[in-house]
Design a protein around this ligand. Structure first.
Ligand code: NAD
Ligand code: UFG
Length: 342
């Protein structure tokens, strides 16, 4: 019988790509999503790619009673991948309570369910924001956790602490926190991808929307950083590569290969790219000229952050493989697909 994985936030950006990779590897998947930041039609994209449908339950994980009923119905869950959370850094500064409420209560309800209903394994979506402005580059998993510079970042730090404390008194539970660097791109089929609501905050959706004519021009936030071209550096990782690391993590737990009950891994490519390098790479990959102008720095941005991937590469036996050009082209194809559909 296939193993059954609960994917919370499974109709979202990273969740949907992970559901596809899980199903491609023979797992059965049940998604819980309240559709606060995604659309039900994503399920059709997943089905078209995999030839199978994931089970889908639409509700808010913060609703403990509803979640408990879910655990009673889905009695044999083998593992959980927990994506469901709010994720907009700027919004979290404006609405901190909404972020603490959603991101922490949902996690605590799930952990409670794992204990009560004997689900042993959880993979948690963390972020490189936990490292803040790192002292040394590339960043290893041993780098100190810095004071969070937004309530969103703080929810990721607190979530990791909560998981650590719960695991330490429940030896049957195991967790893996995956600290993502900057996920970008879309599935090569262009049937699923990122669906930003309103004006995108993130660089790549803003680039593709500018190239297709929805936005007038890209604003490059700062050219006075201490980097080769003055713009800020990030580690951009293809979302399908990222999704595959979740499947590897679930298998690692199922096959009892974890070295401790709570493990952390950086998920990046190990290569930093500046904003202007991304603009150039996009122009080359898409064959489109991009209108942009340099403006001042964005508040809260760090100068440079990219991953030391040695630990994830060696321990997980996983490596990001898809090139930046191919990734940017996938983002461009996805943008054209969604605009055509409108
Ligand atoms: P997303 O918004 O596309 O997906 C999250 C999904 O969770 C959405 O479909 C939303 O409807 C759902 N959701 C939110 N709260 C819920 C709740 N209480 N109950 C049920 N469903 C709920 O986001 P994403 O980019 O796919 O991110 C997934 C996870 O990865 C998040 O935890 C995010 O913080 C983390 N992360 C994302 C990035 C990034 O750049 N995208 C980087 C680091 C970490
Ligand atoms: N940028 C621009 N113009 C834009 C948008 C972004 O110049 O219109 C720049 C930013 O200043 C930054 C870089 O592009 O230097 C990347 O910015 P993003 O907003 O795409 O990504 P961040 O690194 O700020 O943060 C993202 C997610 C966080 C997550 C973090 C680490 O938004 O939720 O990656 O995973 F925590």
């Amino acid at each position: 019988m296939n193993k059954l994985v609960l994917v919370t936030g499974g109709t979202g950006y990273i969740g949907s790509h992970t559901v596809v990779e899980l199903m491609n590897e023979g797992f059965d998947v049940v998604i819980i999503d309240n559709l606060s930041n995604s659309e039900k039609s994503v399920l059709n994209g997943i089905a078209e790619i995999t030839g199978r449908r994931a089970y889908f339950e639409q509700f808010d994980i913060c609703d403990k009673e509803r979640l408990d009923n879910f655990f009673k119905v889905y009695k044999k869950l083998d593992a959980i991948i927990h994506f469901a959370a709010y994720k907009a850094v700027g919004e979290s500064v404006e609405k901190p309570l909404m972020y603490y409420q959603n991101n922490l209560v949902s996690l605590m309800n799930l952990l409670n369910g794992m204990i009560e209903y004997d689900v042993p394994y959880i993979v948690f979506s963390s972020s490189c924001t936990v490292y803040g402005e790192p002292d040394e580059l590339p960043v290893t998993e041993q780098a100190p956790i810095k004071l969070a510079n937004s309530p969103y970042g703080n929810t990721k730090q607190i979530s990791e602490e909560i998981i650590k404390d719960i695991i330490s008194v429940n030896p049957n539970l195991k967790a893996i926190a995956l600290r993502y660097f900057n996920p970008i791109g879309a599935h090569p089929s262009a049937l699923i991808g990122e669906l930003p609501i309103g004006v995108p905050n993130n660089l790549v959706p803003f680039i593709t929307q500018t190239a297709i004519g929805i936005r007038e021009e890209l604003k490059v936030f700062g050219d006075d950083y201490n980097t080769s071209d003055g713009s800020a550096i990030r580690d951009y990782i293809n979302v399908v590569d990222l999704a595959k690391a979740h499947v590897v993590s679930v298998k690692r737990m199922l096959e009892d290969k974890c070295k401790s009950n709570f493990e952390f891994f950086n998920l990046g490519t190990g290569k930093g790219s500046s904003v202007l390098e991304i603009v150039n790479a996009f122009e080359k990959a898409a064959g489109e000229k991009l209108k942009y102008k340099i403006v001042g720095r964005r508040a809260g941005d760090v100068e440079s952050v990219y991953a030391d991937t040695k630990f994830a590469n060696e321990e997980l036996g996983w490596k990001a493989e898809i090139s930046l050009e191919e990734t940017l082209l996938s983002a461009w194809n996805w943008e054209k697909y969604i605009q055509n559909k409108k």
